[in-house]
Design a protein around this ligand. Structure first.
Ligand code: G6P
Ligand code: ZN
Length: 571
């Protein structure tokens, strides 16, 4: 206990006009957080002020992040401001490290009022990279739009913040640290917790660890390679997959969290997890996985580099949930996917007679469905899958689902996927081929492109149109700007992406990325088509979807309007 009470200061500031949080909280270049005076403090104050005073006084919050550059400084400021703003207790990951799923898990476990996650997810880190702050609410999930609006409103008129600049904590010391503050009756408490413990305990109650251990250590041991991409997942992979589940230590690579992720994009897809793809192509490993920096996204590879697309992963998992004790106990109440995600899971839902919800992009839309018991399992095309065990997508949990399925079905990754296609048909959908990220495109140009396209596809005559490309003819069945009414609280989310659905159930979707960050606009194009015939399941995704992409490019006239000849990045 400190002897002298720590002073609480009120500091004058001026508002910033660009602190509207996006899909993933407030994400900016690190230099903005680091270099602009009070930028961080203003945002933290806006988040704290958005919490009703009665809820805030004496409450508990969780803080942790992916360990990227500036995390320590930001954590210190958050601690000093949380104390000054009446928060009673902060639970912080050891050395500031907590994966996003672990934060969600801890918030729920200790009934915290919410948490702050310091991450810019799969974006690069370091002084020239990105930094971000996400605010999760009491259910453990990302805050809904209403809260994001409130934070933004506060940030626009903010004139002062409160802080205890003399309060110093030791992030490397697990345990309690209490501080007496001026004008406070009770001490402010910081608890530094092991980054993995609570999350590991949750997983123990979900999976059959012995079955997975048998797969990874038995006589016919499955050799795996797991790439933590130098993000926060290293300690989780080592503890859970190696120590607990018996995978040999050399199964796990890039397991030391680095402030700049070794200069890499910690983005688990075939373009960025190149060395993992190469190792798997070598044939030695039967299973491969990579995570993003904060551990909510993942990628699965089979032997010889067989890539499981996120939409297929979602559908295959949904069809095999009975391999997991958790779902055998709780039952499967319903599925949900974001609108652009392929409709492969819809076919599973139909076969299993389970409800399927189609939500806008962004994990926060799953929150109400899960809280109200409507949905047990959900996911998105952007490499995220999860369930109602927490309120975030969960990369390592997804890997354990896959390993459980392999242990139970005694099949390889590729066999499991091919069996799935043979049974229910294959939905060709591949964001790698179809995502056109026009980074740094003038936001107005992107806005007008979408507006004009909306006008075209919502014309009365549009649904009777046919498009012929080569031998393929596609007849429009329905086209709209996707709108979602939350079945729980009735909130309406408009303008969530333009979709064109054809009579053969093929789809083309256009949407503006919601990640924002003041770095221009990103337009995404998704395409999907269904193929029942197993003889045709081996065709190249790019070839199969070529005609739909051609239609998308023509309809939007995107190349002429943006002055680009092709996508900036194909992920
Ligand atoms: C974040 C959210 C995801 C969402 C993604 C969409 O990562 O956590 O739930 O799928 O953003 O990103 P986009 O750039 O397509 O809006
Ligand atoms: Zn992430």
């Amino acid at each position: 206990m400190e002897t002298n009470p720590i002073p609480v200061l009120t500091v004058q500031t001026s508002p910033f006009d660009d602190q509207r949080p996006g899909t993933n909280g407030l994400r900016k270049k690190t230099a903005v957080f680091e270099g602009k005076k009070n930028y961080l403090q203003n945002y933290v104050q806006s988040v704290l002020s958005s919490i009703d005073l009665r809820d805030r006084q004496g409450c508990t919050m969780v803080v942790g992040g992916d360990g990227r550059y500036f995390t320590r400084t930001a954590t210190e400021v958050i601690v000093q401001m949380a104390a000054a703003n009446g928060i009673g207790r902060l639970v912080i990951g050891h050395n500031g490290l907590l994966s996003t799923p672990a934060v969600s898990c801890i918030i729920r476990k200790i009934k915290a009022i919410g948490g702050l996650i310091l991450t810019a997810s799969h974006c690069p880190g370091g002084p020239t990279g990105d930094f971000g702050i996400k605010f999760n609410i009491a259910n453990g999930g990302p805050c809904p739009d209403t809260v994001m609006d409130k934070i933004y409103q506060v940030s626009r008129t903010l004139e002062e913040f409160t802080i205890c600049p003399d309060l110093r904590i030791d992030l490397s010391r697990v345990g309690r640290q209490d501080f007496d503050l001026e004008n406070k009756f009770k001490p402010f408490r910081v608890e530094i917790v092991d980054s993995v413990d609570v999350y590991l305990n949750l997983l123990r109650g979900i999976f059959d660890f012995n079955a997975i251990k048998g797969l990874l250590t038995g006589p016919e041991q499955l050799k795996i390679r797991i790439d933590a991409m130098n993000g926060v997942m290293g300690p989780y992979v080592r503890r859970i997959l190696c120590d607990e589940l018996g995978a040999p230590a050399n199964s796990a690579v890039n397991c030391v969290p680095l402030e700049d992720f070794g200069g890499q994009h910690p983005n688990p897809n075939p373009s960025y997890a190149v060395s993992l793809v190469e190792s798997l192509k070598g044939g030695e490993f039967g299973f491969g996985a990579a995570f993003d920096s904060d551990g909510d996204r993942y990628m699965i590879l089979g032997q010889n580099g067989f890539f499981v697309s996120p939409s297929d992963s979602l559908a295959v998992m949904s069809a095999n949930l009975s391999c997991i004790p958790y779902f055998r106990q709780t039952g499967v109440r319903g599925f949900a996917r974001s609108m652009p995600t392929s409709t492969a899971i819809d076919r599973v839902a139909k076969a299993m007679k389970v409800a399927l919800y189609e939500t806008p992009t962004g994990w926060r839309f799953f929150g109400n469905l899960m809280d109200s018991g409507r949905c047990s399992f959900c996911g998105e095309e952007s490499f995220g899958t999860g369930s109602d065990h927490i309120r975030e997508k969960d990369g390592l949990w997804s890997v354990l689902v896959w390993l459980s399925i392999m242990a139970s079905r005694k099949q390889s990754v590729e066999e499991i996927v091919r069996d799935h296609w043979a049974k229910l048909g294959r939905n060709f959908f591949c964001r790698q081929v179809l995502t056109f990220d026009y980074d740094a495109l003038d936001p107005r140009a992107a806005f007008y492109l979408m507006k004009d396209l909306e006008a075209v596809i919502t014309e009365k005559a549009f649904p009777s149109q046919k498009f012929a490309v080569g031998n393929n003819v596609y007849s429009v069945e329905k086209a709209d700007n996707f709108e979602y009414i939350d079945p729980v609280d009735g909130t309406v989310a408009r303008n969530q992406g333009l979709r064109i659905i054809f009579s053969d159930s093929s789809r083309i979707i256009f949407r503006l990325s919601g990640a924002g960050g003041g770095m221009g606009a990103t337009i995404r194009i998704y395409a999907e088509t269904f193929e029942r015939d197993p003889e045709r399941h081996n065709r190249e995704t790019q070839v199969v979807l070529g005609p739909l992409i051609a239609i998308a490019l023509k309809l939007s006239n995107i190349h002429d309007r943006t002055g680009r000849r092709g996508p900036t990045v194909i992920t």
